[in-house]
Design a protein around this ligand. Structure first.
Ligand code: NIG
Ligand code: FE
Length: 413
């Protein structure tokens, strides 16, 4: 794949486009009107009816959209993309009857990826993660969150986060880094969970924040990971450093994590299969996004559905993401997650598409720049080879992105 600076500029006038519903909330077009988008220096300079293009773009270079449907660039708002190795062996163990929790307790699970991640140097981790990122980009992803959490020491968490930043620069994609030092207890701290949380809060987080490597802080709050009290200590440390928080909440059990996260103004609570009515109310109050992760639900053959109807009724914004990780969601297509959010969780097509655009942007604190098309925003948009918007959710195992404009550069997936 070409690096970002080898790709052609998207500057100029994009014509003969069909705007997907909700793509550009500030633009009102007559029914069936063709749209045009003017890009200048990598940003959207104008967007509207193609029969009313302002004079100043009359001589701009033309890009023929050929009637394509256009959406904002997709956003994958929850991934663990940078890690060493893979865990197909655990997939086989689960087929033989072991559960995710049993494998974790027996020293597999997250900790086995920690071993492989610690063994790899920065260049090796980059080389392993880049092809995975390229798969996601081919689906029209223009912004992605990447968590640490497979290093579990200052040195190795730094390595993961540095690789995440490098991936963003090399591929010209917006990367938001999330520090997930409290993902699992590293083996050298066995039986000393409180001391490990001390190290996360006092040593790792401040150092990595000072290096500009942390955009948000996350915790895996679960009976096989960290308690509510430990989670709150991490949130306090994040608050002291001015960092926003998010949470792996109520995936396997109701720990009360979502309500706690909401008290800390969390950007998002993710997984939430076991979310309680109190958790929903707290998230609504705080404006916290519910991030749905159908890939993990599917892989674990979970049967406990997230409370979609109650979230919908409460007006909690719902995002959809791959949760790409080597254990519970080795997924490399965000559009497949859109399909699964509809099929497994019964989201409507507009809900699922909002889940990978406008609501995903909010889950990353990027709502003023990403998630919808508008003047002044970065030129991140996708031209799709489909007739109807619903096709974006309908096909699976298909990659209908024809042209992706990402950070003002054109690529053909
Ligand atoms: O989001 N829930 C915790 N973390 C990951 C799983 C990580 C792993 O198994 O390696 C998740 O599902
Ligand atoms: Fe996750």
């Amino acid at each position: 794949m070409k690096t970002a600076n080898q790709l052609p500029s998207a500057d100029g006038l994009w014509t003969d486009l069909r705007l997907a519903p909700g793509a550009a909330p500030d633009v009102s077009l007559p029914e069936g009107a063709q749209a045009a988008i003017a890009v200048e220096q990598g940003r959207i300079a104008w967007i509207g009816d193609s029969s009313a293009v302002p004079e100043r773009f009359a001589n701009a270079p033309r890009h023929d959209g050929a009637g394509a449907l256009v959406t904002p660039g997709l956003i994958d708002c929850h991934t663990h993309l940078v890690y060493g190795g893979q865990r197909a062996n655990e997939f086989a163990m689960r087929l033989a009857g072991a559960s995710y929790e049993e494998i974790a307790k027996a020293g597999g699970g997250i900790v086995s990826s920690v071993r492989a991640t610690r063994e790899a140097d920065e260049d090796e981790l980059f080389a392993q993660a880049a092809p995975r990122l390229e798969q996601l980009l081919a689906d029209g992803v223009c912004a992605i969150e990447i968590k640490s959490g497979y290093g579990l020491s200052l040195e190795h968490e730094r390595k993961q986060l540095r690789v995440a930043r490098r991936l963003g620069e090399a591929h010209g994609v917006t990367v938001r880094t999330t520090f997930l030092g409290a993902h699992a207890l590293p083996p050298e701290y066995a039986g000393r969970s409180g001391e490990y949380i001390d190290a996360v809060c006092r040593e790792m987080m401040p150092a990595l924040a000072a290096e500009g490597l942390i955009d948000a802080v996350d915790v895996f709050c679960e009976r096989i990971a960290f308690s509510l009290e430990e989670t709150e200590r991490v949130f306090q440390a994040a608050r002291a450093l001015g960092l926003p928080v998010k949470l792996h909440a109520e995936q396997l059990s109701d720990m009360g994590g979502a309500a706690l996260a909401a008290r800390y103004g969390a950007l998002s609570c993710d997984h939430i299969e076991h979310l309680s009515p109190e958790g929903i109310a707290a998230m609504r109050e705080a404006g916290t996004v519910a991030v749905l992760l159908p890939g993990a639900y599917y892989t674990l053959r979970d049967t406990h559905l997230p409370p979609i109807e109650a979230l919908r009724a409460a007006g909690v914004p719902m995002a959809v993401s791959t949760d790409h990780n080597p254990g519970t969601s080795p997924a490399l297509s965000l559009l497949l997650m859109v399909n699964m959010a509809c099929t497994l969780f019964r989201l409507t097509v507009p809900e699922a598409l909002a889940g990978v655009t406008v609501h995903a942007a909010k889950a990353l604190g990027l709502e003023t720049t990403h998630g919808v098309l508008g003047v002044g925003r970065p030129a991140d948009f996708v031209l799709w080879n489909v007739r109807e918007t619903a096709e974006l959710a309908y096909w699976f195992g298909h990659r209908p992105a024809r042209i992706v404009v990402r950070q003002g550069r054109v690529s053909f997936p």
